[in-house]
Design a binder for this molecule. Structure first.
Ligand code: ADP
Ligand code: ZN
Length: 616
């Protein structure tokens, strides 16, 4: 028998020349049938870790996945690469089910994707009897391993607990001879421990990757005029894919409608929509009929596209774990992408009220909220902040990929003086007004709200007149994170002084070293600096050709009825637009082009490249 190596598989089916960190170890754990838990960030390349080994061993790899849309996506991608894979779930028609069952019985597939209840729930027996056993002489392939994707769904400590995942606890006892392999992007030690014990993993190999995502640019903006701020982001990403997360369905609908009115191909996505509408919007996004999805955080999991170039949060999430997961949907293809958090202190208050109402406001949740707030108001490298939060050391001095390191923020010369002006204004308005009003008073706003209350006659009126309101809002957030101010609870959030705040008002030296930062002025009509990754990934790429190749890809995808990224990732298109191969032999070996794709798609792309080169 000819033995095929993991390297062969990687280049033949995927057109990749090397392993990413930990991939080889993860694959070898599967081949040696040792249980494992693999933690890699989104975009780290988890899928291949369980897909490639299935092509080396003789059996079938079963993959448990929480969402039918994710399964379909992965199976489409595998099939396009010439790999025999199928999914078996409740969304299949009766005919498709029969056909797939027959395929499994005949040993046609190397990988089968299933939902958790297929393996462990009631009625799983008939499904499992489709597989050949080592001893029963059936013609079907035996099951060789079970990979559990998004394994954090089994843990109540995770951010996406799914009760149906609990059934997977029965797997170990049920398949004593089959190795179990859990995969997740959720890093916290508690979730990891929980996964291992829930699944009863046996002496598992634990592989935990680095959590930095160097291709993502992180920016944080205090919320001032949300629409203006969104327009700025969108202007940097015309025609590119993006996700905008909101905290309420109402906001989702309003923003999606506003974007559509402004000529942006945007769709709403939340649990309040009819199933059919939601699917339509999701498909439009995946198939490049829409560029932007506006979604509630509670409901964004199925809308993954690997070429998402920006993720905006129009409000702060409830923890950095959530932020990491949601913003991590950007740039899964490894190319540059931007994550923008637009927040205000009121977001945290809203979370507290919401969690309190549902009886979930534990000390742990409060701490998570505070950590999120610290990140938002923090002044320092965002990559460093995230990486150290998740328990790693960050070795670079500056990341070249966050607002701080790109020099978009500057520190305020006299932070103590500015802080005292703000604290004093909060005191003057009687600690009975919110951040927006306080900022207006400080900036000397001539609005009705200010004058009607006589606040234009306060000594603090116009004290920070030289600063834009958004900037003052930013200072207020920072002072809140520094615990000099706090937002009081209902009915309306108002700003109040903390003990430390009062102390600083009395004695300017009570807070040495207090720092405040602001966006550099003027920020309008100046494009932000490009990150290192962005500059490098466009190096020598013919952008016009890249767009033409996108068109070819879209056409092929339409003909085949699959999303465009199933055909090629942007990484591959950029590589083609850089190298401009004009023959099939030159095209083979380009990053991301396996044998099957070279054979089936090569001509179309080579022709387009030739035409482009000749026209020049
Ligand atoms: P995850 O599931 O961890 O979020 P994916 O499995 O979707 O990540 O992989 C992210 C991207 O990286 C995909 O486009 C995948 O094809 C690509 N990728 C994975 N492994 C490699 C590799 N060894 N070399 C190059 N690209 C890879
Ligand atoms: Zn940085």
């Amino acid at each position: 028998m000819v033995t095929i190596t993991l390297e062969d598989v990687l280049s033949r089916y995927w057109g990749y020349t090397s392993f990413r960190p930990l991939q080889r170890d993860a694959m070898e754990a599967i081949l040696s049938r040792r249980d494992s838990l693999v933690v890699l960030p989104t975009g780290g390349g988890k899928s291949i870790c369980f897909q490639a080994p299935a092509l080396v061993g003789g059996g079938v790899g079963l993959v448990v996945s929480p969402l039918i849309s994710l399964m379909k996506d992965q199976v489409d991608t595998l099939v396009a690469n010439g790999i025999q894979a199928a999914c078996y779930n409740s969304a299949l028609s009766a005919d498709a089910k029969t056909a797939t069952a027959a395929g499994i019985r005949e040993g046609r597939y190397a990988l089968v994707y299933v939902s958790p209840e297929r393996l462990a729930g009631e009625g799983s027996d008939s499904f499992l009897s489709l597989f050949g056993g080592p001893s029963d002489g059936a013609q079907g392939r035996p099951m060789s391993f079970v990979a559990i994707d998004e394994a954090h769904c089994i843990s109540q400590w995770g951010h996406d607990f799914r009760p149906e995942y609990r059934q997977l606890g029965a797997l170990r006892a049920r398949f004593p001879g089959v190795s179990l392999h859990a995969f997740t992007a959720t890093a916290t030690a508690r979730v990891r421990r929980d996964i291992m014990s829930q699944l009863a993993l046996r002496d598992p190999l634990e592989l935990v990757g680095s959590f930095d995502r160097p291709n993502l640019v992180y920016r944080v903006l205090p919320r001032a005029s949300l629409k203006r701020q969104l327009q700025d982001v969108l202007a940097r990403h015309r025609g590119q894919a993006g996700i905008i997360y909101c905290t309420s369905r109402r906001e989702v609908d309003a923003l999606a409608a506003w974007l559509a009115d402004s000529g942006i191909r945007a769709r709403p996505y939340h649990a309040g929509l009819e199933d059919a509408d939601r699917h339509r919007h999701q498909d439009a996004f995946l198939n490049e009929d829409a560029d932007v999805v506006v979604a509630t955080v509670a409901f964004g999991m199925g809308i993954d596209r690997s070429d998402v170039r920006f993720v905006v949060h129009a409000g702060a999430p409830q923890s950095l774990e959530h932020y990491q997961q949601e913003s991590g949907r950007a740039g899964r293809d490894g190319l540059e992408a931007e994550c923008v958090l637009i927040y205000s202190g009121a977001d945290f208050l809203k979370w507290r009220v919401m969690l309190e109402r549902s009886g979930e406001l534990t000390d742990a949740r409060r701490a998570l909220l505070r950590d999120m707030e610290r990140y938002a108001a923090g002044v320092g490298c965002r990559h460093r902040h995230l990486v150290s939060y998740f328990g790693d050391d960050y070795s670079r001095v500056e990341c070249g990929a966050c607002d701080y390191c790109l020099g978009e923020l500057e520190s305020v010369g006299d932070a103590i003086v500015v802080a005292r002006k703000i604290l004093s204004c909060v005191a003057r308005v009687g600690q009975r007004f919110g951040a927006a009003h306080v900022a207006n008073v400080l900036c000397g706003s001539e609005s009705e709200q200010v004058s009607a209350r006589g606040h234009d006659r306060l000594t603090t009126f116009g004290l920070l007149r030289a600063a834009p309101v958004a900037e003052v809002r930013g200072y207020i957030e920072q002072l809140t994170a520094e615990a000099l101010l706090r937002q009081t609870d209902e009915p309306y959030p108002v700003l109040a002084l903390t003990e430390d705040g009062v102390a600083l008002l009395k004695d300017a030296s009570s807070r040495p070293g207090l720092a405040l930062a602001r966006q550099k002025r003027p920020t309008t009509d100046r494009l932000p600096a490009r990150s290192r990754v962005e500059t490098e990934s466009w190096q020598d790429v013919d952008r016009d050709l890249f767009e033409r190749l996108r068109g070819v890809r879209l056409q092929i995808a339409r003909d085949r009825g699959v999303p465009p990224y199933v055909i090629f990732h942007d990484t591959t298109l950029r590589e083609l637009a850089r190298l401009k191969p004009t023959s099939l032999s030159a095209l083979r070996g380009v990053y991301g082009i396996g044998a099957r794709k070279a054979e089936q798609l090569g001509d179309a792309f080579v022709q387009e490249i030739r035409a482009h080169v000749e026209e020049r």
